[in-house]
Each structure stands twice: as C-alpha cells, then as structure tokens.
Design a protein around this ligand. Structure first.
Ligand code: AMP
Length: 282
C-alpha cells in the first residue's frame, strides 16, 4: 500500500494510473476509521481496480466553535486498517498541501445547504464541496463512495458533480450501525457510558417515525413531533434539529408526504453532536 502526502505526487500518480487504463475508486475520509468507512472501502474495491482513501481533517468544514482541534487523528491505526482492507493508496496531505498560502477560491452551494446541518453549521457544506472538488482533481477518481449517514452531504456532492460537470460517478453506501442502532461515528467515542446508552435515541426516533409512516401518518409535523417526543424521554439528548424535508430538494415540507421525504435529525448527547436520517417513501 502506497502512502502519498504531496498533492502534486498524488495527481501525477493518478494520471499515470489512468493512462495505464486503471479504474480509480475513491473514499474521502477524515480518518479515525471505523466499520462504516471500511464498508465504503469495500464498495470502492468492488467498483474499481485501484482503491484510494484520503485521510484529511478538513479545517474549512469546521465552524469557529466546532471540534476541529479536538477531532481524533489516528493515522497509524488508520493506515493499518487501510492495509488490512486492501486499499492500494492512502492520500494523507498536510493542510498546506490542500490550502496553499493565500488560497482564495472555493466552491459554494446555494440551495441544498440552506436546511438541516447547513442551517446550523454555516459554511460547512462550502468547506465540504471545496475539499471534495480539490480531492477529485488530485485523485481523478472514476467513482467516489459517500455514506448515506451524511444524507445532506451526499445530495450536495451529487449536485456539485452535476452542476460543475465533474466526470465522477457518485455511489452511496448504507449506514453501518451498532447492535442498538446507533450509527457508527468518530464522535461516538466521546460519549460516556450513560450518554452512549441514550445515544440510541436517534435511531429509535427514526424507527418510531418509520412505524407511524408505515401506519399511514403523512403529516410531516406529526411525524416530527413523534420523533421529538421520543428524544425528549432521553435527558442527555438535546436536539439541534428534527425535520422532515423533501428527499430531493431538502426543502421543508408544507403539506402531506406524497413523494420520497427525508427524516433527519441532529442531536447533542452530552457534548458530541450526532446525526442520523432515513428516507420515507410513500
Ligand atoms: P468522515 O470521516 O466522518 O468525514 O466520513 C467519511 C465518509 O464515511 C462519509 O462519506 C460518511 O458519510 C461515511 N460514514 C461515516 N459514518 C458512516 C457509517 N456509520 N456508515 C457508513 N458510512 C459512514
């Protein structure tokens, strides 16, 4: 397994691989790899002969009061996990490789990022789009794999690829969960034992929503209220948002659900802010 830290070397290597007819599959990550990331790597390996994983904690997608400095950086373990998972190449750049001194050009998304996490994390998705665009230029993937756990991110990346005519196929990987339903996340390790038990409430709320939807409930306000009531039974949980939006536009629903909707929530359990979602298809 090769490890590259230089942006130029990464791009030259990718261009050589392409010239040799290799198909490149790419999984962007911020490291601290868990079984969710590994499931995306498996998909990339099924889709392409060469699997590239980037490990980069991207400063521009963190707000000033967020956990950029504290975000777990575990490169030695990540590298070993990539090796075991059959990754061909790990791209692990320094911040200055991705953001040269004086960098002043970025990618902005102006519609899908207005709601959900975009509303509570201003600039977050512009940071995501900017880094993913740069990574695509360096890694030149034929296919890139993103997790459904970050549903809004996935939709925004698809929109960026469409709008900027990027020659990359985007593939979605299902959310990998703990036995009690909690979505795997690098931030789960900051939960103490009691918070960890209560953190299953995100999944329970989505299950409750799915049950009511299956039983015929179509009013997004009633469905959101049912989720809110379930979360409220968990004293360590403080909701940031609990919403039902259109699955394509991510706009809040004004009337009953008549086409696929996304039920999504962000909840602080202690300090960590956790997210989860499910699609409701009538
Ligand atoms: P991150 O390192 O948190 O930026 O995530 C890198 C990629 O892994 C993103 O595409 C995430 O959506 C995906 N991911 C994170 N958690 C999970 C999970 N539990 N199951 C599947 N994919 C995930």
């Amino acid at each position: 397994m090769r490890i590259i830290e230089s942006a130029l070397e990464m791009q030259q290597t990718a261009l050589v691989l392409r010239a040799q007819g290799e198909r490149i599959g790419f999984v962007p990550t911020m490291g601290n790899l868990h079984a969710g990331h590994l499931s995306l790597i498996r998909i990339a390996r099924q889709q392409a002969g060469t699997a590239v994983v980037s490990i980069f904690v991207n400063p521009t997608q963190f707000g000033p009061n967020e956990d950029y400095a504290a975000y777990p950086r575990t490169f030695a373990a990540d590298r070993a996990a990539c090796e075991r998972a059959g990754v061909d190449l790990v791209f692990h750049p320094a911040v200055t490789e991705m953001y040269p001194e004086g960098a002043s050009v970025s990618v902005t998304e102006n519609a899908l990022s207005r709601t959900l996490c975009g509303a509570s994390r201003p600039g977050h998705f512009d940071g995501v789009c900017t880094i993913v665009a740069k990574l695509f230029h360096l890694i030149q993937p034929h296919v890139a794999v993103f997790g459904e756990k970050d549903a809004q991110q996935l939709r925004i990346i698809r929109r960026m690829v469409r709008d900027l005519r990027m020659p990359v196929e985007i593939v979605a990987g299902p959310t990998v969960r703990e036995p009690d339903g909690l979505a795997l996340s690098s931030r789960n390790q900051y939960l103490d034992a009691d918070q960890r038990r209560q953190a299953a409430c995100l999944h329970l709320a989505l299950e409750e929503c799915r049950r009511r939807f299956a039983a015929g409930m179509r009013d997004p306000r009633e469905l959101a209220a049912a989720m809110r009531a379930l979360i409220a039974r968990h004293p360590a949980a403080r909701p940031d948002y609990i919403e039902i939006v259109d699955n394509e536009t991510l706009a809040p629903l004004t009337g009953p659900i008549v086409r696929p909707a996304l039920a999504a929530l962000a909840v602080r359990v202690g300090a960590p802010r956790l997210i989860d979602n499910t699609v409701l298809t009538p």
